[in-house]
Design a protein around this ligand. Structure first.
Ligand code: NIG
Ligand code: FE
Length: 404
């Protein structure tokens, strides 16, 4: 297979074992072989024999190169928008009030059900392209605005179509247990039965890569959540959980007991929850866009996460209600300014740790053998990626070894 050399660049490899912050390598070089990285390091250390085998040499023009960005928690396939609720909330109504009055997720469910697959695709594609314009090469997309077999299927199929037609990897997560649909009002246990039924069928159709649920007083109880996670486990599917976003319901410890890949939100996480996550190797996914947009004041317990040695990932949570956001770079800034993460932690949160939150071992760092997914940036230092608000210093994305 032909080899391609990239030179004249600084590398932020994000390798965990590096002694340099960000795994920085000055005067770096990458050798790409097909879809993978063959060699990563200082140009001066590139073995002459390997250099001779490179049929093509690309000058990166002094760019900073990072791994391709990974957005590990989105709900980006949905119909309509919730700008009217944004106005209501600014007038004093709370997110929970609106949900209880039949708005919130339920209003997006109405619009999502009314949309055809093609309409959903047309509405979702610009959001995906905005993420891609900032160097996203892997994205997770959840269902959860259909809440009935045909509509959950439609949303997952749209996510699959996006992955097949765009130059990035899409992982799908079944979030049937996102909210109670109106036709099941007062019968939430019956709806959980239906969620299990949908999961079995949609999994058999190859539409499900992982399973999530919303464990919260306005959504599903820990006992109901446990049924969903147990069903996923029985099918051999990895699980994740929206946990402790608005209250501490013990969801994080519950998900950890199922070996969850990640628990997400976590503003109300308890010490026991953090300990359980650490023991299970569960990633803490923080969603500063939702914190900001809902004007929350309860910060996720960052020091506690650090003390337990948890991997911290950062994501957009792209969704119409709590985080209508399609900028992972903006999330880097908010993770630092709002949550006090360091820019290095934030960047690891959208690369190495985001890969871990999706169960990928082949990406998220620049290292030999990993996927050749990387981004060239017009910055001198990686902290600049978290520092600037609203800038997009993206120059070029390489996905599976190819310019996108
Ligand atoms: O991650 N917390 C639950 N789900 C989404 C919000 C969904 C919505 O409001 O439409 C979230 O914040
Ligand atoms: Fe979410």
């Amino acid at each position: 297979m032909p080899l391609t050399l990239w030179q004249h660049c600084t590398l932020a490899t994000l390798q965990a074992q590096s002694t340099e912050p960000y795994g920085l390598v000055e005067d770096g070089a990458l050798v790409v072989e097909g879809e993978h990285l063959r060699w990563v390091g200082r140009l001066a250390d590139l073995p002459a024999e390997l250099r001779q085998q490179c049929q093509q040499t690309n000058d990166a023009g002094g760019a900073l190169i990072t791994p391709g960005l990974i957005d590990c928690h989105t709900h980006l396939v949905y119909g309509g928008n919730r700008a009217a609720e944004f106005e209501q909330r600014l007038g004093g109504a709370s997110y929970e009030d609106i949900a209880r009055q039949g708005g919130g997720i339920a209003s997006t469910v109405k619009n999502t059900r009314a949309a055809s697959a093609d309409e959903l695709l047309q509405q979702s594609l610009p959001r995906l392209q905005q993420l891609m314009a900032e160097g996203v090469t892997t994205v997770e997309i959840k269902s959860g605005y259909g809440l009935a077999m045909a509509h959950e299927r439609k949303c997952l199929q749209v996510a699959r179509t996006l992955g097949q037609t765009q130059a990035l990897d899409v992982c799908t997560t079944f979030l049937g247990a996102h909210a109670l649909p109106p036709e099941f009002a007062g019968r939430s246990d019956d709806y959980v039965d239906e969620v299990l039924h949908m999961l079995t069928d949609l999994h058999a159709e190859g539409l499900v890569d992982a399973v999530d649920a919303f464990c919260e007083r306005i959504a599903f109880s820990p006992a109901q959540t446990a049924r969903v996670l147990a069903a996923a486990q029985a099918l051999g599917l990895p699980v994740k959980l929206h946990a402790e976003q608005l209250s501490d319901s013990g969801g994080a410890a519950l998900a950890a007991s199922f070996g969850a890949l990640s628990c997400d939100h976590l503003e109300w996480l308890s010490e026991d929850g953090a300990a359980a996550m650490a023991a299970a190797g569960t990633v803490a996914v923080l969603l500063p866009g939702a914190f900001y947009f809902l004007r929350e004041t309860k910060l996720p317990p960052i020091e506690m996460l650090r003390r337990h040695g948890l991997s911290i990932a950062i994501s957009t949570d792209c969704n119409p209600g709590s985080s209508p956001c399609t900028s992972l770079l903006l999330m880097l800034n908010m993770a630092c300014t709002l949550f006090r993460l360091t820019p290095e932690e934030a960047l690891a949160g959208v690369t190495r740790h985001a890969a871990q939150a999706l169960g990928f071992k082949d990406r998220g760092v620049l290292a030999a053998g990993r996927r050749a997914d990387f981004v060239l940036w017009n910055v001198q230092h990686p902290a600049q990626l978290a520092y600037a608000l609203g800038a997009n210093p993206h120059l070029q994305t390489i996905y599976k070894g190819q310019a996108r």
